[in-house]
Design a protein around this ligand. Structure first.
Ligand code: AMP
Ligand code: MN
Ligand code: MN
Ligand code: MN
Length: 282
């Protein structure tokens, strides 16, 4: 059984449409797929239709950009009701902030004599929300950088000219929207934040206190070592373990849908927990 609980489409910063993503999932023999676009649930309907046609079990998800003690933390919501109004309102506000932030990134890059970055990123986003990779695609297309790695290092991370500090949803609010929408809150790719072990423990304890239920133990952003470290954290904190590729499309040759490190021993996996939705009876 191949289970991949983190993926993106053109609805956010992925490069495949929801239908194309599901077709690719079928090719990769994925049995259970969560679509978790950043801050937006608009791809779920198209994905559901394609999933039904292809016999793939689709989990309605979203990856919410949040803040915790000044640090950006992504929270993956699994099995949410996308019509739940407080969730929709919360995501709407994040997307409004994204709009302003994209213009601000454009202004900051203009000061570095990079003209038209906002318009360029917007064109790559094709009417969807604008995320940093859209700026990346513009900067690569215009010859400012050779690849995404260089884009982030040179322009888009903290301390670089195009960096705008996030003003995302509070972690607590995001957890409440997810729980209210009947979903499972999961901390995405925890090893990516470069937090010390002590700070991670605090994050996980506070997240659990708020009603958070799990963390991504296995992620394409994690090395096998980091998967083991996060497994130990999950077990210690009494949190469920999730796994996902964080697939954004075929351009990234290092990440493939449904291809994941093995889940370390001893974890309580989310898909075998009491919170996991029962198989729909057809
Ligand atoms: P944003 O939500 O607009 O801040 O954009 C964050 C997205 O950028 C993530 O979801 C990744 O898809 C991508 N990303 C973040 N850091 C890097 C990096 N160092 N290299 C390539 N892509 C990255
Ligand atoms: Mn992304
Ligand atoms: Mn993320
Ligand atoms: Mn993601």
């Amino acid at each position: 059984m191949i289970i991949d609980l983190h993926s993106h489409t053109t609805i956010s910063d992925g490069t495949l449409t929801p239908s194309e993503l599901l077709a690719h999932a079928a090719k990769q023999e994925v049995d259970v797929l969560a679509l978790t676009d950043h801050d937006n649930v608009d791809g779920l309907e198209e994905a559901a239709e394609a999933a039904k046609r292809l016999g793939i079990r689709l989990i309605n998800g979203v990856e919410i950009s949040t803040m915790w003690k000044g640090q950006t933390i992504h929270v993956v919501a699994l099995n949410v009701d996308p019509t739940y109004q407080p969730l929709r309102d919360g995501l709407q506000k994040i997307c409004e902030y994204r709009g302003w932030r994209a213009e601000e990134i454009g202004r900051r890059l203009a000061k570095k004599r990079i003209e038209g970055a906002y318009e360029g990123a917007k064109a790559f986003a094709k009417g969807s929300l604008i995320a940093r990779p859209h700026f990346g695609r513009f900067l690569i297309a215009e010859g400012y950088c050779k690849d995404m790695r260089e884009v982030f290092k040179k322009y888009l991370v903290r301390g670089r000219p195009g960096y705008v500090p996030g003003k995302w949803a509070e972690l607590e609010d995001a957890v409440n929207w997810i729980l209210g929408a009947g979903g499972i809150p999961i901390i995405a790719h925890p090893a990516r934040y470069r937090l010390t072990a002590g700070r991670l423990r605090t994050l996980f304890a506070e997240f659990k206190e708020l009603g958070g239920l799990g963390i991504e133990v296995v992620s394409s952003s994690h090395s096998p070592d980091e998967c083991n470290t996060m497994a130990a954290h999950a077990i210690r904190a009494g949190l469920l373990a999730s796994q996902g590729s964080d697939y954004h499309g075929p351009e990234n040759k290092w990440v493939e849908l449904g291809r994941l490190h093995a889940m370390p021993e001893g974890c309580d996996v989310v898909w075998e927990s009491e919170y996991w939705p029962a198989e729909p009876s057809v």
